[in-house]
Design a protein around this ligand. Structure first.
Ligand SMILES: *[C@@H]1O[C@H](CO)[C@@H](O)[C@H](O)[C@H]1NC(C)=O
Length: 203
């Protein structure tokens, strides 16, 4: 499991100078052991759809990423273990939904535009989705067979303005368990449950 800050540098050519930026990396593994953007690890065995992270800077979020957890085969009645099976990335009216090996993209308003805000890159092992909002680029790496998801953030406009299972990204791990109502809780299960997407039915 990886979490924390990473320095990412792109060679910008001619003068061999590099453009470096600090990115936050966080991991949601197949078996939902999650690490918030601020590095707080917790285990949450919920099932169904939950908000992983979204824009909380306004009441009309610019983006939202939700994931579906489903029970694993080794679950028992007393102890449900779950894994990540689908991811829904929505930016404005564009969406990309990863379901196992398939990626479906589209627009909720049905319009077709050439410039898509969500970039999708696929190879036989990974699906990489990225989108940019204000100065910030969010990149999700989905490892197909392992059902593992890694999220990286580069930019600062949303620092402290995110919410969801991955916390607020303000640099302080202790206040990461914030419910949709704004309460800071201490119990991982209560926190996790609070981010369940209520209107979404799941099998
Ligand atoms: C994906 O998420 C967006 C925003 O949360 C939601 O409006 C949309 O209905 C979701 N799509 C599906 C297929 O659940």
């Amino acid at each position: 499991m990886v979490s924390g800050l990473m320095l990412k540098c792109d060679d910008v050519g001619a003068q061999h100078s590099s453009l470096c930026e600090i990115i936050t990396v966080t991991v949601v593994s197949g078996d939902p052991h999650l690490t918030t953007f601020d590095g707080r690890p917790f285990s949450f065995q919920g099932i169904c759809w939950h908000t992983l992270f979204k824009d909380c800077s306004s009441s009309n979020p610019a983006f939202e990423v939700t994931t579906e957890f489903e029970p694993r085969e080794d679950s028992t009645f007393e102890h449900v273990r779950s894994r990540t099976v689908s991811v829904n990335v929505t930016v404005g009216s564009d969406f990309a939904i990863i379901n196992g090996l398939d990626v479906v993209t589209g627009r909720t308003d049905g319009h077709v535009t050439a410039a898509r805000p969500i970039h999708v890159l696929e190879d036989d092992k990974t699906v990489t989705l990225s989108f940019t909002s204000k100065d910030t680029t969010f990149t999700l790496y989905w490892t197909l067979k392992k059902h593992s998801l890694r999220v990286s953030i580069s930019g600062s406009d949303y620092r402290g303005h995110l919410c969801g299972l991955l916390g607020n990204d303000d640099g302080e791990p202790l206040n990461d368990f914030i419910t949709p109502g704004g309460a800071v809780v201490h119990d991982a299960a209560e926190f996790g449950k609070s981010w369940r997407v209520e209107w979404k039915k799941c099998e």
